[in-house]
Design a binder for this molecule. Structure first.
Ligand SMILES: C[S@@+](CC[C@H](N)C(=O)[O-])C[C@H]1O[C@@H](n2cnc3c(N)ncnc32)[C@H](O)[C@@H]1O
Length: 205
């Protein structure tokens, strides 16, 4: 892994990696739709995928930024019909688990902000850049670089973020940060969906 010292959250995720993998193992044993699409309000994810395909065409190439153990692979292949999926994950243990579960896919063990066009198995930018529950964990000092690189490497961005956290005082856990995605992506929002626990944006540009 490159430049791990730049990752304000890496320590947090290294600590959590074992628990996260155990949780993903449980999910992987569940039926398709539960294992591969977030269990709460999966229909909104399907709505967003459908809207994107109808309005912008089927993405042929996609990058799943902060892919974790790769549980969204089937979301891309089955719901979005992408030809080539690439998952990018900075935590080595999590990256290795993704590789072993989805051996046919390409995973890259890098921080999002360190990914370059040459690291990709297709010509950048990808048709679709995707994040699910990732940017909320990126600290303020890194968020501009992370979002700028996502924009550089993808034509359209589908950003899925949680809107509720567990800290009863603030509603946000200490390792979770609120960001202004409208200004960070600096592009028109084509569509935005709200569910009781998440927010889905589609940006272009
Ligand atoms: C809550 S998990 C979500 C994983 C996956 N997107 C999913 O929905 O199952 C957040 C993941 O993002 C990764 N991550 C966070 N910031 C990152 C960064 N700057 N570069 C690469 N990966 C990052 C973490 O290591 C972790 O695996």
């Amino acid at each position: 892994m490159k430049n791990l010292d730049r990752q304000g959250i890496l320590e947090h995720f290294e600590d959590k990696a074992a628990a996260y993998i155990a949780n993903a193992e449980r999910r992987a044993a569940e039926p398709f739709c539960l294992a591969h699409i977030p269990t709460r309000h999966p229909e909104r994810m399907a709505d967003a995928a459908w809207w994107l395909i109808q309005n912008r065409g089927r993405p042929k190439t996609a990058i799943d930024f902060g892919c974790g153990t790769g549980r969204m692979v089937k979301f891309f292949e089955v719901l979005m019909g992408v030809d080539k999926y690439v998952g990018v994950e900075q935590v080595e243990a999590t990256f290795r688990q993704a590789q072993s579960w989805y051996a046919a896919e390409t995973f890259i063990n890098l921080a999002i902000q360190d990914l370059n066009p040459d690291d990709l198995p297709f010509a950048a930018p990808a048709d679709l850049g995707f994040t699910h529950g990732v940017l909320m964990h990126v600290p303020p000092e890194n968020i501009a670089d992370v979002c700028a690189n996502i924009r550089r490497l993808s034509k359209i961005q589908m950003i899925v973020e949680m809107t509720r956290q567990t800290d009863p005082a603030t509603g946000w856990a200490p390792h979770v940060f609120k960001h202004n995605y409208h200004s960070l992506f600096g592009a028109p929002v084509y569509k935005e969906w709200l569910t009781p626990n998440k927010r889905i944006f589609i940006f272009e540009g």
